[in-house]
Design a protein around this ligand. Structure first.
Ligand code: MSP
Length: 501
């Protein structure tokens, strides 16, 4: 039996509202999860929130709330956001939940017993804003620290350290022996370059509870709480453990952004090794979005509000734009003009127009009854579906959409070339009109199946307009000829209303 396919996203910091970058990552993971289900595999898709830390503690205080009350309120918003994106996550982790905290504590206790931690005194410069110790390397040429670090103070404190450095060569060997462990390959090369050119320092895993109390207490020393990564990364395993009957671990894919590669590709594998667990099969790293060529930033107002876009244009328009515009890997740039142009060219005039005119003509000329099977577009449909299947298996979401749109374009050309509206005027062409109408309706059906992981609502609407009662949720159904002769379709309606903007 196939092991359940286990896919995760980064868990988002709960300070503030979700933005384009968060939405993109979750949609990417959702499409991969849906694609694997569509390929017939059982899937477990996990997303959630990273709720501990100084920033949350400070934000809660500033808001006059306890950190827990503050997190509870925001968590409700983030869960609603996951629904808005129609994510098919099977669980939603919050790092403040007992099931997670208990697992973290038992893991820490075991690792401590096995000698993976030690206590040491550290003196250094500390940025509370970034929750990080700075080194001499972080100084600007003028000797100051970048203003983005906020106030930097000199701190001397005891902390616990994880013996990370001892595993440097093992990690290099492991990454070299597993070419797909970090994807895309240029991210893998960056990690290997870093590991080969730097000495891996041990990892500080704690903060004194006197300075930061919004964290999970170390089970072996109550004066300290875990610091960031021994809490956050462990979610992937604490939640696997929370569903013991599913045998989830190891994860198949961790989808993350490029800024947290080091934590996932350097710290996490060594942590897992210490925990005696196998490594995830792949860390899939996506790039970062900008808007109109500049950094997304709340303070400058250069933001994309996913909820506002979805409310105005529909969820599938948003999902389509981010997936079609940006391949998994490089950085992307959202432009409002680009969004409108893809909406109008590819959705309204491309897919929407094809489905609407195909089904409207079938309704008008044949009373909505599907004619006998005919195979003129069968090879084009088979090409798109074979390619989509293969590309989905390699997480090539953008390329899969390009292939699917190859079929959309081909079918729209077919309408122009065969001109069914002219055939309909000539009774001698009745058989030819039947053929054309079958090819178009069946292409719409195949498209719904192929599109379903990407644009679930649109796929469902196409099936509903075809009056097909099953869900278009298995890629095997993309095989040509699924629409039976004599079947009566439903009411056509525009999928992507044209907008005059
Ligand atoms: N809490 C940590 C992750 C812990 S995972 C065990 C964190 N949170 S975050 O909220 O800052 O970021 C969550 C994810 O969103 C990260 O993968 C990050 O790369 C991604 N993005 C944040 N801004 C982004 C863009 N502008 N563009 C694309 N993704 C971005 O890091």
């Amino acid at each position: 039996m196939n092991k359940r396919f286990y896919i995760t996203t980064a868990i988002d910091y709960v300070n503030g509202q979700p933005h384009l970058g968060h939405a993109y990552e979750k949609i990417v993971a959702d499409v991969i999860a849906r694609a694997h289900r569509s390929l017939g595999q059982e899937v477990f898709f996990l997303t959630g929130l990273d709720e501990h830390g100084q920033k949350v503690q400070q934000a809660a205080i500033a808001d006059g709330k306890t950190p827990q009350a503050y997190c509870d309120e925001l968590a409700a918003d983030w869960k609603a956001f996951a629904k808005k994106l129609e994510l098919t996550n099977d669980d939603f982790v919050r790092t403040t939940e007992p099931r997670h905290k208990e697992f973290v504590q038992s893991t820490l206790a075991k690792l401590n017993d096995a000698g993976h931690f030690y206590k040491a005194t550290y003196t250094g410069y500390y940025s509370a804003k970034e929750e990080t110790f700075l080194t001499e390397k972080d100084r600007l040429p003028d000797g100051k620290f970048d203003p983005s670090f906020g106030e930097v103070v000199e701190l001397k404190e005891d902390n616990y350290y994880f013996r990370l450095g001892a595993h440097q060569q093992w990690l290099i060997d492991t990454i070299e022996a597993n070419p797909d462990f970090i994807a895309p390959s240029y991210r893998r090369n960056e990690v290997l370059g870093f590991l080969k050119n730097n000495k891996l320092e041990d990892l500080c895993i704690s903060r004194p509870a006197a300075r930061l109390n919004w964290g999970i207490p170390l089970p072996f020393d109550k004066d300290f709480v875990t610091y960031v990564w021994f809490d956050a990364l462990v979610n992937y395993t604490s939640i696997a453990e929370a569903h013991p009957s599913l045998g989830l671990w190891p994860a198949d894919i961790h989808v993350i952004g490029k800024d947290i590669v080091k934590f996932h590709a350097v710290y996490w594998p060594v942590m897992l090794k210490a925990m005696g667990l196998p490594l995830p099969k792949q860390i899939l790293v996506h790039g970062w979005w900008q808007k109109e060529g500049a950094k997304i930033s709340k303070s400058t107002g250069n933001i994309v509000d996913p909820v506002a876009v979805i409310d105005e244009w529909g969820l599938d328009a948003f999902r389509f734009y981010v997936l079609r515009e940006l391949d998994i890997g490089p950085d992307g740039n959202w432009t409002d003009a680009g969004f409108r142009s893809r909406y109008s060219a590819e959705l309204a005039n491309g897919l929407g127009n094809l489905v609407n005119r195909s089904l409207s003509m079938l309704k008008r000329y044949r009373n909505g009854v599907v004619p006998a099977k005919h195979d003129e577009l069968a090879a084009d449909a088979a090409k798109a579906s074979d390619e989509t299947r293969a590309l989905l298996k390699q997480n090539q979401l953008q390329a899969a959409l390009q292939s699917i749109w190859g079929l959309v374009t081909r079918a729209n050309q077919y309408v122009d070339q065969t001109a069914p509206f002219r055939l309909a005027k000539d009774p001698a062409q009745s058989k030819r009109l039947d053929e054309v109408l079958y090819n178009l309706a069946e292409t719409c059906r195949v498209l719904a199946v192929l599109l379903r992981p990407f644009l679930p609502g649109t796929a469902t609407k196409i099936y509903a307009q075809l009056a097909l009662t099953e869900a278009p949720d298995k890629l095997d159904a993309a095989i040509w000829g699924g629409l039976p002769a004599g079947h009566a379709i439903g009411e056509p309606a525009p999928l992507f209303p044209r907008k005059d903007v």
